[in-house]
Write a protein that binds this ligand. Structure first.
Ligand code: ADP
Ligand code: MG
Length: 272
């Protein structure tokens, strides 16, 4: 669809030139489309984030009132309501954690990482942290890491976050009783870190928008699984910082694969 462009024009009369036949004007046009788009995106983001936080907050307030009033002397209701309140509070802290992660990463996005990270250790750490969660859904995680040099120039903690967000999604949207494959491969002068599941899959029309903040195929399903809608936005920013690329392939009811392509560490040529 065509985008609406906006611009500002500035007209300045130039001092009369004795040689000129007519008076001259200087016309400057500045395209403001990019800036307008950026400020609209920022406003949308603040509105979305506030809305996401307001929902669990409203629920918490409602239950506090009920526990102070109608359910004051009802021990059964108390147990049940406190459990819901705990879930809502946890939801709020996940949101705040993700929002903070996002802003921290955004601040560093234009600073290239200088540390060296080993992607096979990154994969091990992420899988280790999520094995228990996978087992709860009867999902097995298989690692396919051929022996080799998997070092890149990168920030280990950020790369672990990428791996964890992708594996977490594979568990959340995977098939109960299914399998997740976490793999490392060489692709030319890049390393491909891939997470593949055999879950619900994603229809093609959603693919281009998945890394947008708060974009979800189904907000309800994401929420039920403890999602915030920020995981892939975080992944995208970290991948950008590492001069990498995120490739998503998916087929509905067959499964999805999320591949992060990262430049391999340049090998020092031996001195001759
Ligand atoms: N492995 C996957 N299989 C199916 N859908 C996925 C997968 N990973 C992500 N998605 C879709 O992309 C959306 C955005 O993902 P993400 O940013 O991680 O947010 P969420 O908190 O919902 O997991 C999800 O809500 C889901 O609709
Ligand atoms: Mg997620």
């Amino acid at each position: 669809s065509p985008i609406k462009r906006s611009a500002i024009a500035l007209v300045t009369p130039l001092p009369p030139q004795p040689s000129a036949e007519a008076p001259a004007l200087l016309l400057t046009i500045r395209d403001l489309t990019g800036e307008a788009q950026l400020s609209r995106m920022r406003a949308d983001f603040v509105a979305n984030a506030s809305h996401e936080l307001r929902t669990p907050l409203a629920s918490l307030k409602g239950f506090v009132e009920t526990l102070q009033g109608a359910a004051k002397d009802d021990p059964v209701a108390r147990v049940q309501f406190l459990k819901i309140m705990q879930q809502q509070a946890e939801r709020m802290s996940r949101l705040v954690e993700d929002l903070l992660s996002l802003s921290r990463i955004e601040m560093r996005e234009h600073v290239a990482p200088t540390a060296i990270a080993d992607l096979s250790a990154v994969a091990d750490e992420a899988v280790g942290a999520l094995e228990a969660a996978a087992r709860e859904s009867a999902i097995s995680i298989e690692k396919s890491v051929p022996s080799g040099d998997w070092q890149i120039q990168g920030e280990r903690d950020e790369l672990v976050q990428v791996a964890q967000n992708l594996i977490q999604n594979a568990i959340k949207y995977g098939k109960p009783g299914g399998k997740i494959v976490v793999s490392l491969d060489r692709e030319g002068d890049r390393i491909a870190f891939a997470v593949k599941d055999d879950g619900i899959g994603i229809a093609p029309e959603h693919l281009p928008r998945l890394t947008e903040r708060f974009y979800r195929v189904s907000a309800k399903e994401s929420r039920e699984r403890g999602g915030t809608g920020l995981g892939l936005a975080i992944v995208k920013h970290i991948v950008n910082r590492h001069r990498g690329e995120l490739r998503i392939r998916s087929t509905v009811r067959v499964g999805s694969s999320f591949t992060v392509l990262l430049p391999a560490k340049t090998v020092q040529k031996p001195n001759t």
